[in-house]
Design a protein around this ligand. Structure first.
Ligand code: CA
Length: 475
């Protein structure tokens, strides 16, 4: 294999290296270039300045393992089998790293895997992998490696994952392109910062989100039922007891500050990691030939709607940050508001590498968008499904939904069925569902048809069909 190919213009262009950096639960509204009001991320922002920022990147199921399976396989969760946190990934199925490896790429996975381990659940398609078991630890974490080996490494997870990735890139064969998947644990719960960031943000308060005191009036009952409120944070989450004698609102404020400061301290180390990777690529003169991606497996509620965590199809959780730098094809400082999905990533990387997928995939390559061209038939709606009905720890009901550029329809399909309809232009924080509002009945009907159409298109089985409810029945 050579590392050079022929592009459509006939000139030799190298097959790019791919550095894929993924955080766990890093919401885009905690990134400077996405307009964060609560922190600064100068290194991640450099990617936005030198590449493209996607403003409408969404996950198809806002929970860790399912999103990771969607990214690796380019398929929806009912196809790749990882619908919940408890359904481990069958790693014998084809993934884009394996396809790149078969095409001559050197491949490595460092950090969080979270798709099960042992036997058919271990990572495949990688020349080298070292991963945290399950959620892993922030401090002095253990890593799992091929052959069932375990290694305990002293230090902070974000730093160690970065060190290991840079060491691997240094030691690679420079004659062949590489894929390095750098998958951080941070800033996932339990939000444990590095020692050097322990007192960051101690001076002053982090601004509160507009919806911190949401009373859930105007939403369906799942919003009321969910156990992800500030009051649901444990002593362990908060690293201490709430001071006695606080009023209800003081209690809320105290909990929010404790939670968000630790979350943002974890993000500070992530940003440093991104800075180290970018500096390293500069020093190795690899920047021009390397696609660099920063993303997160889903978004997160940062006190929005009074919550932490994700799972719901509401914007803060649905939205993924996605920044892509590739100087050969992507204009610096560009943005795209096209709807793009986690299931698109695999085909994008294969396309950039000039490799044909060896299994049917369900996304679409983002390469035209990266090149500044939006195909006329680009999607204007997306399908979502969260399967974990009333999971005991967070109490979020299973649902599916459709999001268009303007609206969102959410269907809580287990009995008693409920719906939510939002006009995202008029109500960007999704505070008032228009379900049942006669003035919006036409939009509801149209979106309901779209939901079933999208479900059919991706081959999902309608959960209401499971319930024996005719799909064309009036609600
Ligand atoms: Ca996650």
């Amino acid at each position: 294999m050579t590392s050079a190919g022929i592009d459509s213009g006939g000139a030799r262009s190298p097959r790019p290296n791919i550095v894929f950096m993924m955080a766990d639960d890093h919401a885009s509204h905690a990134i400077g270039s996405y307009g964060s009001a609560i922190n600064e991320t100068p290194a991640i922002d450099r990617l936005a300045r030198e590449g493209m920022r996607f403003d409408a990147c969404f996950c198809t199921n806002a929970i860790c393992s399912p999103s990771r399976a969607a990214i690796l396989t380019g398929t929806y969760n009912h196809v790749n089998g990882v619908t919940t946190l408890d359904t481990h990934f069958d790693a014998r199925q084809p993934t884009f790293p394996g396809m790149l490896r078969d095409a001559g790429y050197q491949t490595a996975l460092i950090g969080k895997w979270h798709l099960g381990h042992g036997g058919i659940h271990d990572p495949t398609g990688f020349d080298y992998w070292t991963v945290l078991p399950d959620q892993g630890e922030y401090h002095d974490p253990m890593f799992l490696e091929a052959g069932g080996r375990t290694v305990v490494r002293e230090g902070y997870a974000t730093d160690l994952i970065t060190d290991l990735a840079l060491d691997w890139i240094k030691a690679r064969d420079p004659g062949r392109p590489f894929l390095a998947m750098i998958q951080h644990k941070a800033p996932h719960r339990s939000w444990e910062p590095a020692a050097r960031h322990a007192t960051l943000f101690d001076d002053g308060e982090i601004p509160e989100p507009a919806t911190l005191r949401d009373d859930y009036v105007g939403r369906a009952t799942p919003a009321v039922e969910a156990r992800m409120r500030m009051r649901d944070l444990s002593e362990e989450d908060l690293k201490g007891l709430v001071p006695p004698g606080l009023t209800e609102d003081e209690d809320l404020r105290w909990r929010y500050q404790r939670f968000i400061k630790d979350y943002l301290r974890c993000v500070a180390a992530l940003d440093e990691s991104v800075g180290r990777v970018l500096d390293f690529l500069d020093q190795m003169t690899l920047a021009a030939d390397t696609v660099v991606v920063y993303t997160s497996d889903q978004g997160f509620f940062l006190g929005d709607h009074g919550w932490y965590d994700k799972r719901f199809m509401y914007e803060e959780s649905l939205r993924m940050p996605l920044l892509v730098r590739y100087p050969r094809e992507v204009q610096a400082g560009s943005t795209s508001d096209a709807i793009v999905l986690n299931v698109d990533f695999a085909q994008t990387f294969l396309d950039l590498a000039g490799v044909e997928p060896t299994r049917p995939m369900q996304g679409r390559s983002l390469r035209p968008l990266l090149n500044g061209e939006r195909p006329a038939d680009w999607r204007t709606s997306m399908y979502y499904r969260y399967w974990m009905h009333l999971d005991p720890s967070h109490g979020v009901r299973a649902h599916r939904g459709v999001r268009t550029t303007r609206h969102k329809l959410v269907h809580y399909y287990d009995p008693p069925q409920e719906w939510e309809l939002f006009d995202l232009q008029e109500d960007p924080f999704e505070m008032r569902s228009l379900d049942g509002d006669r003035a919006h009945a036409a939009a509801f009907a149209e979106l309901r048809v779209a939901l079933d159409r999208l479900s059919d298109e991706v081959g999902d089985i309608s959960p209401t069909a499971d319930l024996g409810t005719p799909r064309d029945a009036s609600r």
